[in-house]
Design a protein around this ligand. Structure first.
Ligand SMILES: Cc1cc2nc3c(=O)[nH]c(=O)nc-3n(C[C@H](O)[C@H](O)[C@H](O)COP(=O)(O)O)c2cc1C
Length: 191
């Protein structure tokens, strides 16, 4: 069921480093993303795949993980993702942010179906990555997505008193508050 897949496709930030995510896996996720809707059917997004271990470890240290977990600096080398997909748009035109969101969630859903977890990361080192991958004059980085087989438990819970902050409980389970359906579903009478 799609709802089950959506529930499983959480943001995972700690991974099993012994489990690879291959280029073929990444192609499968991008295959799903490339078939999604885009504004004007322009399909401007491109997907840069990183699987080389040292590149992955470097980027893992550079991005900012889990802003609400103030006492955690992000995954160690033993918890690092297996791969990254970097979503790019043409530098000359950019892309609708709606397109980026559709593609990113499709990648996470496609990954979840295969037992792979990921995290969308907007807090990335734009200049360093642009230089490292010779993107200047060609592509703008829209979003970074980490991918790997999760080594942490992530659970959704009902939000209490409007507190949006995710946290880790005493059993090291990452808990993500979500607003109730009754709060987000509106009709003209309830607006
Ligand atoms: C546009 C966007 C940018 C995000 N950027 C980051 C980020 O820079 N670092 C990070 O650790 N998580 C990032 N996240 C993940 C969110 O923190 C996560 O979606 C949120 O905590 C809810 O958890 P869930 O995805 O499991 O529902 C981002 C998510 C979105 C949609």
């Amino acid at each position: 069921m799609l709802l089950d897949l959506v529930k499983r496709a959480r943001s995972f930030r700690r991974y099993d480093p012994t489990k690879a995510v291959s280029t073929d896996d990444l192609k499968e996720f991008v295959e799903a993303a490339r078939l999604t809707p885009s504004a004007g059917n322009l399909q401007r997004l491109r997907y840069l795949a990183l699987t080389e271990k040292s590149e992955v470890l470097t980027l893992t240290k550079e991005v900012k993980w889990a802003g609400y977990l103030t006492d955690w600096d992000g995954p160690s080398d033993d918890e690092a993702p297996a791969a990254y997909l970097i979503l790019l748009s043409p530098e000359s035109t950019g892309v609708s942010q709606i397109d980026v969101g559709i593609a990113a969630e499709t990648i996470l859903l496609s990954a979840a179906e295969k037992g792979v977890g990921g995290c969308m990361i907007l807090n990335f080192p734009r200049e360093a990555l642009t230089e490292r991958y010779n993107l200047a004059g060609k592509y703008k980085i829209e979003l970074v997505i980490s991918l790997g087989v999760p080594a942490e438990k992530v659970e959704i819970e009902e939000m209490k008193e409007g507190n949006v902050r995710y946290y880790r409980d005493q059993n090291d389970v990452h808990r993500v508050p979500k607003r109730a359906l009754s709060e987000v579903f509106l009709t003209p009478d309830t607006i």
